[in-house]
Design a protein around this ligand. Structure first.
Ligand code: SAH
Length: 250
């Protein structure tokens, strides 16, 4: 397995804020990241517009991180090259998703950042992550809190996760890298899900149209399985063969 080209592995760990509404929080996250040696901040469909006084004030010297922010219209574009995506959430979700502790999440992010970009997602201040965003995650993380009040400020949650990453960085040797499969990236997984849904709809299979719930379950299954590039190619090949059979019968 080749080591990523980046000299600095922390450049490969992307903090992704989804639809942030308060510029001060964006500044606070930039500061939290900088204190722990992280630098890649991404915003998805931000409701805030930058540069802005509140963001700069709360960044308190982390202006370089604000200046280097990447902005995307949608989450898929922001994480298409990532092989590991972890979402943070304040509450237990109605959809069951594999969970990690903050430390385990940090460990996995550090380990897999040796292979390429990885992402840690943060939801909107008021509503958190929406279900379609959770579906793009391999794991969810909940920072333990008082059972009476679990919702941390966005920048505080980012600070805790950045600290955990700092603790875990540098703890993985090259032997870890050899054991790491070449997991499929998010863009390939999205194409596979689209193909799978297409085939399910072509089959005479009793499903809702569109099969939202079934697709969610299948996405959870494949997120848990984490196919590598070769395994995903095999699955795509099977889907294509099924489509060819269907076409012959028509
Ligand atoms: N009502 C929302 C709270 C959003 S707080 C919810 O239930 O998710 C804004 C963001 O901060 C969350 O989406 C999450 O990314 C992060 N966050 C807040 N508290 C957290 C906690 N206890 N554990 C993990 N992330 C948390």
């Amino acid at each position: 397995m080749k080591e990523s080209k980046s000299e600095n592995l922390s450049d490969q760990i992307r903090f992704v804020l989804i639809r942030p509404t308060h510029p001060g929080n964006v500044g606070g996250v930039a500061r939290a990241m900088k204190t722990m040696g992280l630098s890649r901040l991404t915003l998805v469909a931000p409701v805030v517009s930058l540069p802005c006084h509140d963001a700069t004030r709360r960044a308190a010297g982390a202006d370089d991180i604000l200046a280097g922010i990447d902005v995307y219209d949608d989450l898929s574009s922001a994480v298409k090259d990532c092989r590991l995506i972890i979402g943070t959430t304040a509450r237990k979700r109605s959809i069951e998703w594999p969970q990690l502790s903050p430390r385990e999440a940090a460990q996995n992010l550090c380990r897999e950042s040796r292979q390429g970009p990885v992402a840690l997602l943060f939801g909107q201040e008021r509503s958190g992550l929406a279900n379609p965003e959770v579906e793009q995650c391999h794991y969810l993380v909940r920072i333990p809190t008082s059972p009476d009040y679990s919702s941390l400020n966005l920048a505080s949650a980012a600070q805790i996760m950045a600290y955990e990453i700092k603790l875990m960085s540098g703890t993985h040797g090259s032997s870890d890298l050899r054991e790491l499969p070449r997991y499929a990236d998010q863009e390939s997984m999205s194409r596979f899900y689209k193909h799978l849904e297409e085939v399910l709809l072509e089959l005479d299979f009793p499903i809702a149209r569109p099969p939202v719930k079934l697709m969610r379950k299948l996405m959870r299954l494949f997120s848990k399985a984490r196919p590598d590039e070769e395994e995903l190619q095999i699955l795509r090949g099977i889907l294509t063969a099924v489509q060819q059979q269907i076409a012959k019968k028509c």
